[in-house]
Design a protein around this ligand. Structure first.
Ligand code: FER
Length: 244
């Protein structure tokens, strides 16, 4: 395991890379956490270990304002995360041991995975959105974010909810994001993993994504919540079967 930082326009992004044993060249999957998340969460570790098991190296990176990366949480936006992820794809492409590149992310990182998939279809051999938070842009347009209601035409200076503070720019930028466009731009294989008891991401969004992607498979894990608590083996099996 190697720990380091990837530069993104002067912001240091905290990263860890782990390679399977006995492999010179191998595929690599970039793995990204969700909103308020980080790279050591147990569902992220389970997915990482499952990938290593199947001979895939894993590059975990923490996005702007999260974990050990620079940037203030309240100033993070999906635009900043997209810019970060593009810098990570660029970094990973240049690693000489890498044969094929994949992208996987959880929740807000799953939404990010769908967006960046559409932006980098030639670079990404496959994508794995987990509990993908596609409802965020719609919520921003309708005036519901973090269980807070606001007038979407007059965005508040700050959102203050769930004990968290987010600048209004989070909403301003999220309102402009149209995930269908990026779904249409990605024609490679997609694995969506979702918990059937996820109270955060409505299943209707996952269902719509599976239908719109050209080549998507859904693994719906019964009784699993947003972070697959108590269902980590099922999560790992889904990821393993995608790479095997
Ligand atoms: C929201 C609902 C869910 C939201 C973010 C999330 C910022 C993200 C959840 C996650 O990444 O786990 O209203 O607003």
């Amino acid at each position: 395991m190697e720990e380091f930082y990837i530069d993104c326009d002067g912001i240091k992004l905290h990263a860890k890379i782990e390679r399977p044993e006995n492999s010179e060249k191998c595929p690599l999957c970039i793995l990204i956490h969700g909103f308020t998340g980080h790279m050591e969460e147990e569902h992220i570790i389970s997915v990482k270990d499952a990938m290593i098991d199947t001979g895939v190296a894993v590059l975990r990176v923490e996005m702007y304002g999260h974990g050990g990366s620079e940037g203030e949480f309240r100033k993070h936006t999906l635009y900043k995360w997209v810019t970060n992820a593009l810098a990570v794809v660029e970094y990973a492409k240049k690693l000489d041991f890498v044969t094929e590149l994949y992208l996987c992310g959880h929740s807000q990182g799953g939404l990010l995975t769908m967006l960046v998939g559409g932006m980098c279809p030639d670079e990404l051999k496959g994508i794995i959105p987990m509990s993908p938070a596609w409802m965020i842009p719609d919520g921003a347009r309708q005036g519901h974010i973090l269980d807070m209601d606001f007038d979407p035409k007059h965005i508040p200076e700050v959102l203050d909810s769930w004990g968290l503070v987010l600048d209004g720019d989070y909403v301003r930028t999220a309102q402009t994001i149209h995930v269908e466009d990026e779904i249409a731009r990605y024609e490679g294989p997609v694995l969506i993993v979702h918990g059937a008891a996820d109270p955060v991401v409505p299943f209707a969004y996952v269902d719509k994504a599976v239908k719109l992607y050209k080549d998507a498979k859904l693994v719906l894990i019964e009784d699993a919540d947003h972070c697959f608590g108590g269902k980590l083996n099922e999560l790992a099996d889904a990821v393993r079967s995608f790479f095997e």
